[in-house]
Design a protein around this ligand. Structure first.
Ligand code: SF4
Length: 375
């Protein structure tokens, strides 16, 4: 364990590390410059629980009904050694699959530690990559590892990796419906970016094992319920574009070790749960600790990060809270009060804000004219 790992463990405190999945990694790429999010995710902190305890519960996420429906559909597709999935691969995608083997990697001989599952997944995937067998192999829940912000994190995937001949394919099972051959485009886009995270993680693993990353296909199988039934249907989705986005965003993530080294020693976000599991940490103390980790709030956070309500409160009065385009237009003016002061002439712009002040004053004149006309 290195110094950064030790710091991050202290920051997480006594709680169990929260596992990553493709959704959390994909969301992570939506605000790569935020140090607070980088630290919370690298320390595997349960952001949902943290936000709830400080009185800012996350206003997004799947309902318990949607989660139950998703789990039931996944169980159905994977029942009997993925029999339904194999039917789909044969029927819809015309794959010649005379015989397919199936490996369940949810646990290893009853051991469910991440390291044990990762080692077993790695071993079986390496064996499959070396094998020249023509038959297919399904790997259910292989555990993958990715380097995020300079730190290794385990990916807890809900996927099946499918190898046929010399290529691996990711199979993504989602519970949103395909109705009359069409699915909600935003849900397909989100599934595609999550699948791209898996493709990338599998490719990284193959490269570590000495194989060409191209052994993992950029085409993924998306499996969804058809119409209003539980019957699955499948389609091939090309995720090359999403791979480029995820790679670029992950490369932009700030080095977590560098951020951690700037934080006060001993800083912790431990909820200090008692024996009954109730968080006992004073909220003020926790908010103060969170405030020591710099955030970069943007309205997009509302759809992607559990801490959004808390961070939005902290960003109140700052131009960042109005969105990136407004912030860029106001280049260098950090607060709304300063922008209003420049617009009305109440604030001396000095040399550095002279140009911005002229634009703001013109906008203010136009606004007055419009309001005057309306009156
Ligand atoms: S909500 Fe807060 S912690 Fe999450 S990405 Fe936005 S600024 Fe960062």
């Amino acid at each position: 364990m290195n110094n950064t790992d030790t710091r991050l463990d202290v920051i997480r405190g006594s709680a169990e590390p929260k596992k990553h999945n493709a959704r959390t990694i994909a969301a992570l790429t939506s605000n790569p410059g935020c140090a607070r999010r980088s630290i919370l995710d690298a320390a595997s902190i349960d952001k949902q629980a943290l936000a709830e305890h400080i009185g800012h519960p996350a206003a997004f996420g799947l309902s318990s009904f949607a989660i139950a429906r998703g789990n039931a559909f996944e169980t159905y597709v994977k029942a009997n050694g993925c029999a339904e999935l194999l039917r789909l691969l044969r029927e819809h995608l015309a794959l010649p699959l005379p015989e397919v083997s199936y490996d369940d990697l949810n646990s290893v001989a009853g051991h469910e530690t991440l390291e044990a599952r990762y080692r077993r997944s790695r071993q079986l995937l390496a064996h499959a990559a070396r094998s020249d067998q023509d038959a297919g192999t399904l790997f259910d829940h292989p555990l993958l590892r990715m380097t995020i912000g300079g730190r290794d994190v385990y990916l807890e995937p809900d996927l099946v990796a499918f190898r046929l001949r010399d290529r691996f394919h990711v199979v993504e099972i989602k519970s949103f419906p395909v109705i009359d051959g069409r699915a909600d485009s935003s849900k397909v886009a989100s599934a595609a970016i999550q699948s791209a995270v898996y493709v990338l993680a599998l490719r990284q693993l193959m490269e570590q094992l000495g194989f060409d990353s191209a052994v993992v296909s950029h085409e993924v199988f998306l499996v969804c319920p058809e119409d209003f039934s539980n019957r699955p249907t499948a389609a091939l989705v090309d995720v090359r574009k999403q791979l480029t986005v995820v790679r670029r965003q992950l490369a932009r993530l700030t080095d977590v070790g560098a951020i951690a080294s700037t934080l006060p020693p001993g800083l912790t976000l431990d909820l200090r749960r008692d024996e009954a599991g109730v968080a006992t940490r004073p909220v003020d103390e926790l908010c103060e600790a969170l405030g020591q980790i710099e955030a970069r709030y943007a309205p997009e956070c509302l759809a992607t990060c559990e801490m959004a309500s808390f961070c939005r409160t902290g960003a109140r009065g700052h131009t960042a809270a109005l969105g990136r385009s407004v912030q860029e237009d106001l280049g260098g003016i950090d607060t709304i009060a300063a922008a209003l002061g420049l617009a009305t002439g109440a604030l001396d712009p000095g040399e550095h804000a002279h140009e911005a002040a002229q634009v703001l004053q013109m906008a203010e004149r136009l606004r007055r004219e419009c309001l005057g006309g309306a009156a």
